[in-house]
Design a protein around this ligand. Structure first.
Ligand code: BEZ
Length: 211
């Protein structure tokens, strides 16, 4: 079944390059990113895993645990890891789930039969500390993902979880935000001491509140 925003991220146990992983227990109180790969020893996936390995300090800074998945076995992943390190200049530093029986792929609806019967698409799930799905993305096999965009969304999710703001198109951490429309001007006064600009009654722009 499709997983929708706000749903509980399904729990599972799986073998990974870092040993057995019980997903919810492993997440603990952290945020999480789970992302799938169509197959081992494929070029785009190789670049993606190297990119995420290099970005690991950025995920750590945001209290986000990352796990990849590919439908091949952990034994294959371990052989592939050498190629990733050699070609991308970064060693796998997060768990890569082996899913030869497609248990996790099916649980997360990562196989789209009209794209391929056997390979997962490039899915991304961002999961909050409450274990609920906050974002899902689906890319085709031929297009590598933009992991800076995943970090950007995490910045927005973590900001909007704690402040009554939303973030505008192409927003980046440190830029102006939008005060949520459910907050009256009177209530906004106490919460946004730096003030705001009213472009329309429904569009009030304020400096990022946690900066
Ligand atoms: C790749 O990672 O390059 C890839 C994987 C499966 C199908 C097409 C491309």
């Amino acid at each position: 079944m499709a997983i929708r925003l706000g749903d509980m991220a399904p729990d599972f146990e799986a073998d990974t390059t870092q040993g057995k992983l019980k997903f919810h227990e492993w997440l603990g109180s952290s945020w999480g990113v789970l992302f799938s790969h169509p197959k081992d020893f494929t070029p785009v996936c190789t670049t993606e895993l190297g990119t995420v390995a290099k970005l690991k300090p950025e995920f750590d800074k945001r209290n986000v645990k990352v796990a990849g998945l590919s439908v091949d076995s952990v034994v294959d992943h371990e052989r592939w890891a050498g190629d990733i390190q050699e070609t991308q200049g970064a060693a796998l530093n997060f768990p890569l789930i082996g899913d030869p029986d497609r248990k996790v792929s099916n649980l997360y609806d990562m196989i789209h039969p009209n794209a391929s019967d056997t390979l997962t698409v490039r899915s991304v799930f961002i999961i909050g500390p409450d274990k609920k799905v906050k974002l899902s993305l689906t890319y085709p096999a031929s297009t590598g993902r933009n992991f800076d965009e995943i970090l950007r969304v995490i910045d927005s999710l973590q900001l909007t979880a704690n402040h009554q703001v939303a973030t505008p198109a192409n927003w980046k951490d440190g830029e102006d935000c939008i005060i949520v429309t459910s907050l009256s001007d009177a209530d906004a006064k106490g919460k946004f001491p730096k003030g705001w600009k009213t472009l329309k009654p429904y569009l009030r722009v304020t400096p990022q509140p946690n900066k």
